[in-house]
Each structure stands twice: as structure tokens, then as C-alpha cells.
Design a protein around this ligand. Sequence first.
Ligand SMILES: *Cc1c(COP(=O)(O)O)cnc(C)c1O
Length: 564
Amino acid sequence: MNSIETYTREARIAYFSMEIALRADIPTYSGGLGVLAGDTLRSAADLELPMIGVTLASRAGYFRQEIDASGKQIEHPEPWDPQRYASRMQAGVSVPIEGRNVWVSAWLFVLESAFGGRAPVLLLDTDLPLNSAEDRTITHYLYGGDQRYRLQQEIVLGIGGYRMLRALGFSIRKYHMNEGHSALLALELMRHYAYPPEHVRANEPRCDLPRVREQCVFTTHTPVAAGHDKFSYDLIARTLDGYTDISILRTLAGQECLNMTQLGLTLSEYVNGVAEKHAQTSRRLFPGQAVHAITNGAHPHWTGTAFAALFDRHLPRWRHEPQCLMRADQIADEEVWNAHTIQKQSLITFVGDNAAVAFDPAVPIIGLARRMTAYKRPDLLFSDLDRLQSIARKHPLQIVLAGKAHPRDEMGKSLIETIHKHIGRLRNAIRIAYLPDYNMAIAARLVAGVDLWLNTPLRPLEASGTSGMKAAFNGIPSLSVLDGWWAEGCIEGVTGWAIGPATESANGNDAMELYAKLEHIVLPLYYGTRSAWLAVMKNSIAKNAAYFNSHRMMRRYVTEAYIR
Ligand SMILES: *Cc1c(COP(=O)(O)O)cnc(C)c1O
């Protein structure tokens, strides 16, 4: 089954991503982008789409997070061994880096969806005896190193990935670039469709650009500047000397520096953002560029075991067609509440074991877990500790948090420390647990077992956000800022609640809005008539999980981006 021939005849779409969450315990992902890439391939597998993923082996992983007594994040290496999980391909290719040929090999990893589907993923690896000691580390560290290192990784991903697919005999029709990291593959396509130099006159195109563009699909994932890789043309000239013509590159990817997003946008016929609002923001960021919107989705496997059993009983086709969940509002109250109680209890046990905090099953748990970084404002809930305590005295609540900060994101790391200080101050008033080492396994427990999912990003910087969608599969409503997917998913009081209006000028009032909603609307409803709370739970399944799932997302990529 692990033979490449099983897939070479079939795969027509190559999905390139710097990170792909293959499994919870394989550290080839850092956060939302990688989890989304994994869910993309899991849905492709379940829908039997002819798709192959391409990423780096990242043998050294991302990092394992420890948090010390003062709230400081300590980063431990988290290496993994591809040999244990994947099979080495016979093919080898080389890529040009600083005038050397760097050799690239690939592992075939067969990604298995929890629903039985399988999709192939190529893990590119330069850790070969043929390469110098330094070059062997190019594919080791996910988001590690400096600009030079990052560019080398992107050469391996984009150019190496393209060459590897050809060496393995694939005939790919669409190259889907998940974010700008892989955009150099479009340069490789331009070389492939270059006209013979003797036929090219001055000021005429040197390659069949329409052929290149019709094969490229580009998804942008963030309006945050740091999320778009930029390289100086000095660095490009030093690294890719002889491979590319810098003057042409300037016209494609920016005059001042090489912007990988710009390169991907210019060379792709189909471009999309990951939510309606994000597509609008991206059009402002890249004027003149047509940016479509395909709103992200979460894979149905984020459903906890009790709800999965409930759906299997009532809506047996939900795994293949999650839109069947639109009828979840017809399931009896007691059954939904029972499923929730089981999943909540399992989270409570997990929190007791891993954070030594004893949650009370009768008290609502507010969950907040994501990458700890400034624009996500994970500390907003703690802006006014007196106010939070007075709310908790009226309507008891408990809080569970988790999240890693990128090792070089000093703001993100100090947010983790600040949050721990707040937890310390509230020790005798509110039960709060911070689970270390956030990963897919912890995410699965949280989105299955809390009562309310909180998200407080700074508008308009949350491109989509997906953890609230995972919660929706478990009937857990969101209380969130109207940014990213929640601008589409929120029906006030029906699927959950908004924090403030959608306008960017509202950012400064969010803490007050959050406290007011909690105190006057959300918590009173929780402690009021159970059936009214259950109505919101059921609607979050019937209206949101039924739509914001990665099966729907992939069916849209197929009909709008891949088959055109
Ligand atoms: C889903 C998920 C994310 C993304 O969450 P957002 O709401 O998009 O910020 C990040 N990390 C892990 C481990 C996840 O499972």
C-alpha cells in the first residue's frame, strides 16, 4: 500500500505547504496553518481526491513547550524520525543553492484520516551523506534560522518539491501553494515553459506565462506583515545566482524586495483568501489583484467520541457529508446534554491530571487556546481582574488556556508570562488551568469538552481562525470578535455571541464588550433554562459545523480552483 505507484497514476493536484500536521505526535506543524493543511489533506483523502501533499521533513520538529513556575516558556527540542513512519523514495533531485547542487530526497508518508481515507504526502529531506554538514540541516527546523536559512528551505520546498514530483513520474495539473513559502515552484514552472532563447526578442515574454498561471492556485492565509516572507534581492542574487533573472523577478514579486506572497499572486490564475472578510482585506493589501474567498473549514474528526456516536445514530451520513448535520437541531435535548457531559468530564479529568486544577462539572468552562501572539490578544479576558472576579462571584466560571509562542516572538512569550501572573492573582477566586505544550491532541480535548469557546483577535488580523469551527462540531458555541470566520458564522444569540461590532474602530472597546456579554447574556443563559442553552449548542452544530467543515471547503476548491 505504501508504494508510490499507487499514487503516481492518480495524483493530479499537488498541495505545497511549509507545515502539515500529519498526526498529533509528529511535530511537523506549529499551529493553525499546519493544522489546516492537515485537515485539507484529510478531507482530500476521505473524498478520494487525486491529491498529494508536499512539505519538508522537519526532522528537528518545532519544539516541546514547558512553562516554568514563573510562567516562562522553555523550549525543548522535539526531533522525530521519518524512518519510523514513512518510506524513503528511490528518487533524488538537486536544487541550486549558492552555486552548489544540494541533494534532496523524499519520504512517502501516507496520511490516514480517522474516517479511513488515505492521502500521500512527500516529506523533502536534505539530510543526506552527499550534502555538506550545513546543507544537511536545511530541512531540519520548522520556522528556525535566519533569512538565509529560510530562503534555502523555500528553494527546497518550491523548486525541490516540483523536481521531485517530476522525478517520481507524477503528471500534476494544479499546483496549490498554501501560503507564500512554496512560491518558488512557480519560477520552476516558468523555466519549464521557457521559450528557446533564440526565439525570444527584446521586450517579449520569455516563457508561456498563461500556461504557468493556469496551473497555479494560491491561498493567502494572513494579513499580518510578518506572515509574508520577504527576501532582499542581494540575498536572492547570492543564493540563486544563475538560476533566475533578478530584473524579471522584480516585475513579478516587487521592486524593493522579493515578496513571496506577491510572487504567488502574480503567477497564479486562481487566488483566494480564507474567509470573506479576509479576502476583502487581502484585496486592500494587494490592489488590483482578484482575490476570491473560500472560507476555511475544520475536518469532522474534531468531533469528540460521544458526539460522533450521537451523529452516527441520528445522521449516519455526516462523516462523508457534514452538511447532514444541519438536522442536528432535531436531536433531543437530553441526548445532546449527555454527550456534552461525557466529553466535559473527560476534559475535567485531563485537566486534573495535567494541570493539577480540579474543575467543577457544574460550572461552565471557558476555553481559549491558540498560538500566543500579540494580535490574538489572549490576555484580553484578564484586562480587568476586579471586573472578572465580580462576574465570577455572580455567575461562577472556570477557564482553561493553552498555547505556544514562537521562540523568537518575545511579545508572545511575555503574554504567556503575564497570563500566568493573572492566574496567580486569581488563584483563590477563579479556577484557571494553563495546559502546557499545546498540540492537536490537546486541542481535540479542549474543543470537545469546554462550554464556551473564546477568541479575541485584533481586527482585521484574524484571517480565519479554525478552532471555533472544531468546537462547533461538539455543540460548543463561540464568544468572539467579528473577524475571520466568525464574521460569517455568528448569528447573535443563535449560534453564539459577538464581542463588539465588526468595525476595526471597535478594537479598543472589546474588553468591556466581552465582560458585558459574559455577565449579562452568556452566563445568565447558561445558568438559566437548560433548553435555551441547548438551542444554541444545537445551532452551532446545525448551522456552523454543517458549513464550516473541510469537506465543504475541498469541494469548493475542486469546483472553483482545481477544475476550471
Ligand atoms: C486548530 C489549531 C490551531 C488554530 O487555532 P486558531 O483558532 O485558528 O488560532 C492552532 N494550533 C493547534 C494545535 C490547533 O489544533
